[in-house]
Design a protein around this ligand. Structure first.
Ligand SMILES: NC(=O)c1ccc[n+]([C@@H]2O[C@H](COP(=O)([O-])OP(=O)(O)OC[C@H]3O[C@@H](n4cnc5c(N)ncnc54)[C@H](OP(=O)(O)O)[C@@H]3O)[C@@H](O)[C@H]2O)c1
Length: 244
C-alpha cells in the first residue's frame, strides 16, 4: 500500500494511539481527517496537524456513524483509508458486581458492532478506489484475558475474528486491503488504570503501522504482541505439517 498521497480517516484521532497515527501519516504526506467526541480535543490535535480536518462524532452511536460516513463521501470523496481506532474499556473487578453486563454491552458496541457497521457503510466507497485500506486496531488482549479488564478482551477477540473474515472476503479484490494492528500496553490515558505508564509510546504503534502499510503486512503485532503471534504461527505450522 502506498504510504503517501492517501486521504486517511482516523476514529479517535484526537489523542493517544490515534493521534500518533495521525502525526506519522501526516508527516509522510497524507491528508488526515481525525474524529473524536470532544470538539475541544479535536481542535487541540488539529493545531499539531497542519491542513488536517476533523469530523466530530461518537462512533458508538448509530446516527453519528451514518452522518460521519455521509460527510466523508460528500466532503472528502478522496478518502481511501479508514483507521478504526476509537475504543472503549472499563477497568474493574468482576467481584465488585457492578453491572458487568452493562459495561460489556458498551465495550462490545464500541469495539465490535460499531466497527462492523461503519465499515459496511464505507466499503462500497472504498471499493471504487484504486487503492484502499481498512485498519482495525485490536490489542494484545486478543491473545488473553486480564482480570482488571474482564469484559474488554472478548471484544477485541471478536474484532480480530471479524477482521480476518473481512480480509478473506476481499482477498481477491486487490484494491481493498484489510489490516489489523495489535498494540500491547501503550502509555495513554486509556490504559492508566492498568499501569499504562509502563507501556510503550503510542508513536511505536504508529511506526509499526506505517511499516506494515509499506510492506503489505496485513497482521501487525506490536512490541510484546510479536512473541504471542510468533508462538501461534509456530503452533499452526506444526499442526499443518502433522496433517500433511
Ligand atoms: N492504550 C493501550 O494500552 C492499548 C493497548 C491495546 C489496544 N488499545 C486500543 O487502541 C485504541 C486507542 O486507545 P488509546 O490508548 O489511544 O486511547 P486514548 O488515549 O484514550 O484515546 C482515545 C481516542 O478515541 C476517542 N474516542 C473514544 N471513544 C470514542 C467514540 N465512541 N467515538 C469517537 N471517538 C472516541 C477519544 O476522544 P474523545 O474522548 O474526545 O472521544 C480519543 O481521541 C483503542 O481501540 C484501544 O482499545 C490500546
Amino acid at each position: 500500500m502506498k504510504t503517501s498521497g492517501n486521504t486517511v480517516f482516523i476514529s479517535g484521532g484526537s489523542a493517544g494511539i490515534g493521534l500518533a497515527i495521525a502525526k506519522k501519516l501526516h508527516a509522510a504526506g497524507n491528508k488526515i481527517i481525525i474524529n473524536g467526541r470532544s470538539e475541544e480535543r479535536l481542535q487541540k490535535a488539529l493545531a499539531e496537524l497542519d491542513g488536517a480536518v476533523a469530523i466530530q462524532g461518537d462512533l458508538s452511536v448509530q446516527t453519528d456513524r451514518v452522518r460521519i460516513a455521509q460527510v466523508l463521501e460528500a466532503q472528502y470523496p478522496d478518502v481511501n483509508v479508514i483507521v478504526n481506532n476509537a475504543g472503549a474499556a472499563f477497568g474493574y473487578l468482576l467481584s465488585e458486581q457492578t453491572n458487568a453486563h452493562e459495561r460489556a454491552l458498551i465495550e462490545m458496541n464500541t469495539n465490535y458492532f460499531a466497527i462492523i457497521h461503519f465499515n459496511e457503510l464505507l466499503i462500497p466507497h472504498l471499493l471504487q478506489k484504486q487503492e484502499a485500506a481498512i485498519v482495525n486496531i485490536s490489542s494484545l488482549a486478543v491473545y488473553g484475558s486480564h482480570k482488571l479488564l474482564p469484559t474488554y478482551g472478548a471484544t477485541k477477540a471478536a474484532l480480530h475474528s471479524y477482521t480476518v473474515a473481512l480480509r478473506y472476503t476481499y482477498e481477491k479484490q486487490e484494491n481493498l486491503q484489510v489490516y489489523e494492528v495489535y498494540p500491547p500496553l501503550v502509555n495513554t490515558e486509556f490504559s492508566s488504570y492498568i499501569g499504562g505508564v509502563n507501556g510503550i509510546p503510542a508513536s511505536e504503534v504508529a511506526d509499526e503501522l506505517f511499516d506494515g502499510l509499506a510492506n503489505d503486512q496485513f497482521d501487525i503485532p506490536v512490541g510484546e504482541t510479536k512473541k504471542y503471534a510468533a508462538a501461534i504461527g509456530e503452533a499452526m505450522a506444526k499442526l499443518a505439517s502433522q496433517a500433511a
